[in-house]
Design a protein around this ligand. Structure first.
Ligand SMILES: NC(=O)c1ccc[n+]([C@@H]2O[C@H](COP(=O)([O-])OP(=O)(O)OC[C@H]3O[C@@H](n4cnc5c(N)ncnc54)[C@H](O)[C@@H]3O)[C@@H](O)[C@H]2O)c1
Length: 382
């Protein structure tokens, strides 16, 4: 397949590019280094120094003979994205190119504006470039489980049947994000659904939970192919942060009681899900929504699992509770469906002591680069 990946320098984009190229697909990646820029501005640089995208593609090709074409461009520029889509004529377009941090989006006006403008415009431009130049292209868009929020009822996969005053209809499941970032993802879904209904686009919207891990088949070839791994308060997802804290000897910090429950998945399973979604496209006029996670945990349960694994690897890890810097419920009902990807063939890599220990051993190599001042919350919006 001819695959165009937007956001190909990112935590998920780069491993996805290597995986699709390894599987023999023709891969083009686009990125404008927004994440690297924001990370630098906020003193939130990734733990592991990674070469730029052109250099990574060169290293990958020298080791595997698989080519990844790189375009450094801003997807909020409609002219540029139109030209790229017109030139590539992708059969699959994977859209990762967004500002993905909830806390960053809540920091202040400028951060909110960057998040809002970037995320809405990249999605809008994707839609129009596909309508104009590749109407049969299957758009695979990364949404987030955070679009649903934490409702006091079971979460379905994207849709819900509503019975109202004796009549029934099917609607997008009600969504209520806890941050502006999550709200932009809700707006993305609404935009996609509108254009699916009116222009017959083919879209899969993957409602993904927080991802953990950094090891993939391809990264094992050379550490320079590892992904951009963030562990700070703004850009680090919770399990990645806990593992860095364990290695650095910093207590694992629970925000409030640590009762926040979410659906998590290993980065290896993100890659599987993308492969499955791409291999099983939808028809024109279909919006398929899949909840992309493999296991539900509370943050406290995660911390306890990391403590157990870290102790077995020789780290004296403690758990500490701090005031929640975020506005969110830390004790709530959470029960989300996630059958669709399993039915499509997903074979989950579940969280085990061995998986955590494997991550600890990679992170330990970069222990000297851990900046303790970045791990604890640097601002609050509670
Ligand atoms: N990582 C997770 O745990 C997680 C969970 C749920 C959903 N997601 C979603 O998955 C997607 C990828 O997340 P990630 O963790 O890889 O984030 P990331 O920030 O590491 O990757 C996104 C990439 O897109 C690029 N980008 C952003 N705006 C761009 C633009 N205008 N033009 C070109 N490139 C642009 C960034 O520079 C970055 O390299 C995001 O949409 C995110 O919302 C991620």
């Amino acid at each position: 397949m001819n695959v165009l990946i937007l956001g190909g320098d990112g935590y998920l984009g780069w491993p996805t590019a290597m995986r699709f190229a390894s599987n023999g697909h023709q891969v083009t990646v686009v990125d404008n280094y927004l994440k690297r820029t924001l990370a630098k501005q906020n003193k939130s640089q990734a733990l592991i120094p990674t070469p730029d995208l052109l250099e990574r593609a060169r290293i990958f090709q020298s080791l595997t003979n698989h080519q990844i074409d790189v375009i450094i461009e801003d997807c909020t520029n409609p002219t540029a994205l139109n030209e790229i889509v017109q030139r590539c004529r992708p059969e699959v377009l994977i859209h990762y190119a967004e500002q993905p941090s909830g806390p960053y989006s809540m920091r202040g006006f400028e951060e909110a504006q960057v998040t809002f403008n970037n995320n809405i415009h990249t999605t809008f431009n994707v839609i129009w470039s596909v309508i104009k130049h590749a109407p049969d292209c299957h758009i695979i868009k990364l949404g987030t489980m955070g679009e649903y929020g934490t409702p006091n009822i079971d979460i379905e996969e994207g849709w819900i049947d509503i019975h109202h005053r004796g009549r029934t209809d099917k609607f997008l499941y009600p969504r209520q994000g806890a941050t502006l970032y999550h709200t932009t993802k809700i707006m993305d879904t609404d935009l996609l659904w509108f254009y699916v209904r009116t222009y017959g686009l083919k879209v899969t919207d993957l409602m993904q939970g927080p991802v953990y891990g950094l090891i993939t088949e391809e990264s094992l070839l050379d550490d320079r192919l590892l992904t951009n791994f963030h562990y700070d308060d703004l850009f680090g997802t919770v399990l990645n942060r806990f593992i860095v804290q364990a290695v650095a000897g910093i207590p694992l910090t629970l925000y409030g009681s640590g009762g926040q429950t979410r659906g998590f998945l290993n980065i290896k399973d993100t890659l599987q899900c993308l492969e499955l979604a791409a291999a099983q496209p939808v028809e024109r006029g279909d919006l398929r929504i899949l909840n992309q996670f493999t296991e539900q945990f509370s943050v406290r349960q995660l911390a306890e699992q990391v403590r157990t694994a870290a102790r077995s690897s020789g780290y004296q890890t403690e758990i500490q509770t701090i005031k929640n810097p975020r506005k969110e419920m830390d004790s709530h009902y959470f029960n989300a469906a996630h059958q669709g990807l399993l039915d499509m063939g997903l074979k989950p890599h579940l969280l085990t002591t061995e998986i955590i220990s494997e991550m600890i051993s990679v992170i330990a190599k970069y222990q000297d680069r851990i900046d303790h001042s970045k791990v604890m919350p640097r601002f609050s919006y509670s």
